[in-house]
Design a binder for this molecule. Structure first.
Ligand code: FRU
Length: 496
């Protein structure tokens, strides 16, 4: 990741608040301790990062903005940090895009989206002042410097019974000749909702309808809605707070869900045909998507979770993004795979075939913490079969198939520290998902990056994402209560 900033880009243009932020970043880069830092995931240069914002294409590049507080590794009055990329793997830091330095956003420039119109890049974000949340616009003619245009949807434009304090995260998209905006909201009765607005020009917005309203969100609103078309279907994403747990799903205090269905722009409705959790791990939130030039739908998300302790704060930074993922549909379900560009960064290929797995198997040259592992398992007779990683004798994390539960389990309880921080979260160390194990087979593709792990099961049928704070580098396959077979294994170092 390129985090050098030239002096001229930090001092030309931008508002007072963004210039101060950029000067602070340049002078404090060296204070960030490299421990736990990823090598091929987006992170803040210093300080705090949460949601991805404004993920989109403009002026020949892909842009990722994000919720940013440069001055300490903790959530505070939000800025929009900014990176650009050509390939979703290498990122270049750009000057800070927005700072909370206006009358209407003095308490924060919260999450939002971006859209190109008439050759200009517009950012639509939630402006927060005195606990009131409104939706504001900013514009750029070069994709680097942004000028605020002020509030375009105020609290007065909320339907009756909605709280002005919980109205945020606008997602704008075009359908036909009109622009549509989805935002999270909360009614006085405590119903989490998604509100739909329509505009012809991005400035004058009219409320159309509640596109969703329910009582399954026990703590608040549907944060960060997203919308796109995929293979002829309409897809909505959202991140509900306190979504009630269902069996093994929605076990984090805040969840991210996808809804497949049909958007009727005339009526302002979204009929949901199927909905599910997007990622079954620990650290995945507030996803956003863009359409790449070649037609792919690419998703990025915050690789962290609210209501936890953040061990990297002591190193001067918190938060990162997942490796961007390509989305497709298969049998009416969402499939995810890592952006194919990551394969350009593979080095030192190691291959094994047909290895019987017993109690513990370590394979020559199969270790490391910045790696990709692709393997396929014959589950044999084992009760539990899987892999340990970030292992150093004392600490490790594990992903394995548990036959009795018929689930794949991600267990980070032995990583050496406890990051649980919320009475509502019973357990922040074990998650599990159900996937197909037809013919007694299971495929895994795992990406490790110093303190993170992303698992794609059966070609993206389900994913599990989690941070692991352990200093081990070892990897071992294991089978308990029987044997199993590693049919094939490919390991690569990822060097960016
Ligand atoms: C989601 C969120 C958004 C809000 C932002 C503030 O993680 O709570 O709803 O806009 O973070 O940083």
């Amino acid at each position: 990741m390129d985090i050098t900033m030239k002096n001229n880009t930090t001092t030309v243009g931008g508002s007072y608040g963004t210039r101060i932020a950029d000067l602070y970043i340049v002078h404090n880069l060296a204070a960030v301790n490299g421990s736990n830092r990823h090598t091929y995931h987006v992170m803040p240069p210093v300080g705090w990062m949460n949601d991805p914002n404004g993920f989109g294409e403009a002026f020949g590049k892909y842009h990722l903005f994000y919720q940013f507080y440069p001055y300490s590794p903790s959530w505070d009055s939000m800025h929009w940090g900014h990176y650009t990329t050509e390939d979703f793997v290498k990122w270049k830091m750009e000057p800070t895009a927005l700072a909370p330095d206006g009358m209407e956003d003095g308490d924060g420039c919260f999450s939002g989206s971006s859209i190109m119109k008439d050759g200009k890049l517009y950012l639509i974000y939630t402006s927060v002042a005195a606990e009131r949340q409104t939706q504001s616009l900013a514009v750029s003619e070069d994709g680097v410097h942004f000028q605020k245009l002020g509030v375009v949807i105020s609290g007065d434009q909320l339907p009756k019974g909605c709280l002005r304090t919980d109205f945020r995260d606008p997602k704008v998209f075009k359908r036909g000749e009109s622009y549509y905006l989805l935002a999270g909201g909360l009614t006085e009765k405590g119903e989490g909702s998604i509100l739909l607005y329509r505009s012809q020009d991005l400035r004058d917005w009219k409320f159309v309808n509640f596109i969703r309203k329910d009582t399954r969100t026990t703590r608040g609103i549907y944060e960060c809605p997203d919308f796109f078309e995929l293979e002829g279907r309409d897809v909505m994403l959202a991140s509900p707070q306190g979504y009630q747990t269902q069996d093994w799903r929605f076990e984090n205090v805040q969840s991210s869900i996808y809804m497949l269905g049909t958007f009727d722009e005339g009526k302002g409705t979204f009929d949901v045909a199927y909905e599910d959790e997007i990622d079954g791990g620990f650290d995945f939130y507030a996803p956003q998507t863009l359409k790449a030039r070649d037609g792919r739908t690419i998703m990025i998300a915050w690789m962290q979770m609210w209501q936890r302790l953040f061990p990297t704060a002591k190193h001067g930074w918190v938060g990162s993004m997942i490796l961007p993922r390509e989305l497709t549909l298969k049998d009416g379900r969402l499939y995810q795979s890592p952006v194919r560009e990551i394969e350009r960064y593979r080095w030192n290929h190691v291959h094994f075939g047909n290895v019987t797995i017993g109690n513990r198997n370590e394979l020559t040259k199969v270790n490391g913490t910045k790696i990709e592992l692709c393997f396929s398992l014959d589950l044999g007779t084992a009760e539990r079969v899987g892999i340990k990683f970030y292992q150093n004798g004392e600490h490790d994390a594990r992903i394995y198939y548990d036959r009795a539960a018929d689930r794949v389990v991600f267990d980070r309880s032995r990583m050496g520290i406890d990051i649980t921080h919320d009475a509502e979260e019973k357990d922040a160390t074990v998650r599990s998902v159900k996937v197909s194990t037809e013919h007694n087979r299971l495929e895994m593709r795992i990406f490790l990056d110093v303190s993170s792990c992303e698992v794609f099961l059966n070609g993206g049928e389900r994913t599990m994402t989690g941070n692991v704070y352990s200093d081990g580098e070892g990897i071992a396959f294991f089978a308990e209560g029987g044997t199993a077979k590693l049919l094939s294994l490919d390991k690569y170092d990822i060097v960016v």
